[in-house]
Design a protein around this ligand. Structure first.
Ligand code: FAD
Length: 392
């Protein structure tokens, strides 16, 4: 892979909207990605392997629990810092960002928000340091966009719960020590349970043959009469709103992360267009290529503004789930379109692993599907503005 020469675009001087702390946090993440992710990520994506050696670095830049209070091992940062960290990581690779998103928003967040003090103390510091990795089990083979239909269930057996069922498409599953699993009790109400590797009847087979997020490990969670201690139930929130609350946080991170992938594609295409000569001129001098590049920076700038404003509202606690859906949907579509256009600017070179664009493009096919599909987010906006539910 070519050396990482990334220079971040900031066409509207959005840095003026950031605090010194935001810029420092971003700088640390950016330098780490250049040093520890860019040189190795293509090779790991090619061999479809998660680079476990980056876990320590992710923890050091605050990517595990950026907004979890420091007393539990988190970085104690605000939402914009969290977004900037996700942006920088996804600039390197969406799969690496997925690992961090799951750990922070889908494992640490529910334990912090819905867990007991004992659960927070037991799990959060180890998750923040990367000593333990976590995964989040919501999707099932027959219930993806409609998680409320889940059939994974647990029964009260007096001194423990008995968990049965299966989850699929679970990021981090093959190596996670801890799984936050959503299952129905005997009354059909959804609860979160913390399941640990080693519990009898719990297995995590890996999902192979992905053409997308190849540097992120994905797997199933299988529960065959797993005895879960009663103290592993997350007691402070139940119902579908509990996992959806986690998804709000993760989708917010994706809205920022997608900007990183788009920036990397744009920056690569811009540089290439000035270096590559055809018909005696750099291709960047031709109007057709300029149109592509000008539209890319316009869309990136709009997405940056959306993400920044959403970050302000998240900091104030006023952002709605529907507003988060809009940003996730818009920014991922923006990134996938830019990846496709940027690849064309590079001609044949664009399909090789010498450049990051094709990897970003393939990764974004997962990002546009997980955490609520592109269509589902549109329906959420539709419901929000009309008050009419198109899901049923
Ligand atoms: C690489 C990867 C990692 C993932 N990681 C995780 C994870 O860590 N944890 C987890 O729980 N899940 C995870 N997922 C699962 C992901 O969230 C689901 O794939 C997603 O929610 C969509 O579910 P589905 O694949 O079953 O598609 P389906 O729900 O079957 O959807 C198929 C199509 O139908 C459309 N559709 C569905 N309902 C409607 C409707 N009412 N109206 C119109 N169109 C509709 C969808 O938009 C989509 O286009 C991951 C997925 C991938 C690919």
């Amino acid at each position: 892979m070519k050396p990482d020469l990334f220079e971040a675009p900031d066409y509207y001087n959005l840095d003026e909207l950031l605090s010194d702390e935001h810029k420092l946090v971003r700088q640390a993440a950016r330098e780490w990605v250049k040093r520890d992710v860019s040189p190795i990520i293509e090779e790991y994506a090619q061999k479809a392997e998660f680079p476990e050696q980056i876990i320590k670095g992710l923890a050091e830049i605050g990517a595990f629990g950026p907004y979890i209070p420091e007393e539990y091992g988190g970085a104690g940062l605000d939402q914009i810092s969290y977004g900037l960290i996700m942006q920088e990581i996804e600039r390197g690779d969406s799969g690496v960002r997925s690992t961090a998103s799951v750990q922070s928003s889908l494992v640490m967040y529910p334990i912090y928000k819905y867990g007991t003090e004992e659960q927070r103390k037991k799990y959060l510091p180890k998750l923040a340091s990367g000593e333990w990795m976590g995964c989040f089990g919501l999707t099932e083979p027959d219930h993806g966009s409609n998680p409320g239909g889940m059939t994974t269930n647990f029964k009260d057996k007096g001194d423990h719960y008995l968990l049965n069922g299966a989850k699929m498409w679970i990021s981090n599953a093959p190596f996670a020590q801890v799984a936050v699993v959503w299952a129905k009790n005997e009354e059909g109400r959804i609860h979160g349970l913390i399941v640990e590797r080693g519990m009898e009847g719990f297995s995590t087979p890996e999902t192979h043959n992905k053409w997308s997020l190849r540097a992120s490990a994905t797997g199933e969670l299988i529960f065959d009469n797993v005895k879960v201690p009663k103290e592993n139930l997350l007691p402070n929130k139940s119902g579908l709103g509990a996992p959806l609350g986690c998804l709000d946080s993760a989708r917010f991170g994706i809205a920022w992360g997608a900007i990183g992938a788009a920036m990397d594609c744009y920056d690569t295409a811009l540089r290439y267009s000035k270096e590559r000569v055809q018909f005696g001129k750099p291709i960047g001098q031709y109007q057709l290529q300029q149109k592509k590049l000008a539209e890319m920076i316009t869309e990136i700038t709009k997405a940056q503004l959306l993400a920044w404003r959403l970050g302000v509202m998240r900091n104030e606690g006023t952002a709605t789930s529907a507003q988060i859906s809009m940003a996730k949907r818009n920014n991922v579509e923006m990134a996938i379109n830019i990846a496709r256009e940027a690849r064309q600017v590079l001609g044949g070179m664009g399909i090789t692993g010498e450049y990051s664009i094709m990897r970003h493009s393939m990764n974004l096919e997962s990002v546009i599907t997980y955490e609520g599909t592109h269509d589902v987010h549109l329906l959420i906006t539709g419901l929000d503005i009309t008050g009419l539910n198109a899901f049923q």
